[in-house]
Design a protein around this ligand. Structure first.
Ligand SMILES: Cc1ncc(COP(=O)(O)O)c(C=O)c1O
Length: 387
């Protein structure tokens, strides 16, 4: 029950569905295909670097904007991968995960009543951060079964109150990767309407079928109006380290930094040299991991198809979506609440990511960033649903 002292500003902030489902997974000894975290570690040299950092006394507050070698590694990585140049001293901020970069950017640029256009379904922290800022969410739907962006709807979402576009590609939970043409049109609209863009690219390296990640900041007119956000969590299988970053102009980065310093002040000291090393030396590891994930994606798609479901096979992220109607459920929340006791598997209902709940009602998200034997066990357990 909500406390009578709860602030109206955070009225919809409750325990996330991920916490609820992960707790249910532990309580029922279920295979957790719900929350998006891998069940294997990142590169060994990165783990060793963090342990060495702790042992050598790197345990006190690091610089607020992040240690210089990490800021340089982030800028170098961006240049090497995408040809985008950022000054490590003035245009890079290290944050406590992408989540803090998103929150700090939204709080820095959104005033009460400002509209923020975001792709709906939204990653859950977007809704909460926009609400904290007093902003108004304006969703542009990626609706099943194909979850394609409707550019006419996108264009029609702008109003004189639009201040920020919040774009996420590869997109959680749908796995959609926006195409060159879609990004080009988003960029055109951003420039024409003179809005700021916050671009969440945490899945930039989890991309399949030969697709290429295209940072929105690289499109014409976008470099100086885009806050480019990513993190080490997904790329290096270290979601618990919470090292993220934001890249943009010195003017924009100093506004985001001003907010960040009062959210967490600084971010995990011993993880920073380790992530710097991973960014500098981890390209081969990332590619192996990516290829492995693509194979896992196909393994899960096959298992879900065998159950009579039609998975939306993603081109990015580590999430796959199915409509669970063929299993006798019209409502994904009901399905996900029943699933652990019916067969010992946990998944996440799509509708929690939507304002327009009905659009997400029959869909469920499955994470495939798990060891093969875990995926196989999950699929074997799900086969009980066939009755
Ligand atoms: C789209 C998206 N953005 C941001 C995050 C959070 O990233 P971090 O763990 O680095 O805060 C996630 C995590 O699931 C995500 O899916």
């Amino acid at each position: 029950m909500a406390s009578p002292w709860k602030a109206a500003r955070v009225r919809s902030a409750t325990a996330t569905i991920f916490a609820e489902m992960s707790a249910l997974a532990v309580a029922t000894n279920s295979v957790n295909l719900g929350q998006g975290f891998p069940d294997t570690d990142g590169p060994e040299f990165m783990l060793d670097e963090a342990m060495a950092a702790i042992a050598s006394g790197i345990n006190q507050y690091p610089p607020g904007k992040g240690i210089a070698p990490l800021r340089k590694a982030i800028a170098d990585h961006c240049e090497r991968r995408y040809g985008l140049n950022y000054d490590p001293d003035t245009e890079v901020l290290v944050t406590t995960g992408a989540t803090e970069a998103l929150a700090a950017a939204i709080l820095a640029f959104v005033d009460p009543g400002d509209e923020v256009i975001a792709l709906e379904p939204f990653y859950d922290s977007y809704a909460a951060s926009i609400e904290l800022a007093g902003g108004v969410r304006v969703g542009v739907g990626l609706f099943g079964p194909d979850f394609r962006l409707d550019l006419d709807e996108f264009g029609a979402a702008f109003s004189p109150r639009t201040k920020v576009l919040l774009i996420n590609s590869p997109h959680n939970p749908t796995g959609v990767v926006l195409s060159y043409d879609e990004l080009d049109e988003i960029a055109r609209l951003a420039v024409a309407n003179d809005v700021l863009v916050i671009c969440d690219e945490v899945y930039e390296h989890l991309i399949f079928d030969g697709a290429k990640h295209l940072p929105l900041a690289a499109f014409p007119g976008m470099r100086n109006r885009t806050v480019r956000i990513s993190s080490a969590g997904k790329t290096f299988s270290a979601t618990g380290w919470k090292i993220g970053w934001a890249l943009c102009t010195p003017e924009l980065i100093s506004e985001v930094t001003a907010v960040k310093q009062f959210l967490t002040y600084v971010s995990g000291a011993p993880f920073q040299p380790a992530v710097a090393r991973a960014l500098n030396e981890g390209d081969a590891w990332v590619e192996t991991q990516r290829a492995d994930l693509e194979r896992k994606r196909d393994r899960l798609a096959e298992g879900l198809s065998d159950l009579g479901l039609t998975p939306s096979v993603p081109r990015g992220t580590y999430f796959m979506t199915t409509d669970v109607t063929p299993l006798g459920y019209a409502d994904g929340v009901e399905f996900c609440r029943d699933l652990p006791t019916r067969c010992g598997v946990v998944a996440i209902p799509h509708q929690v990511f939507y304002d327009r709940v009905d659009a997400g009602r029959p869909y469920v998200r499955w994470a495939f960033c798990k060891q093969d034997h875990v995926l196989d066990e999950g699929i074997a357990r799900l086969s009980k649903l066939r009755g």
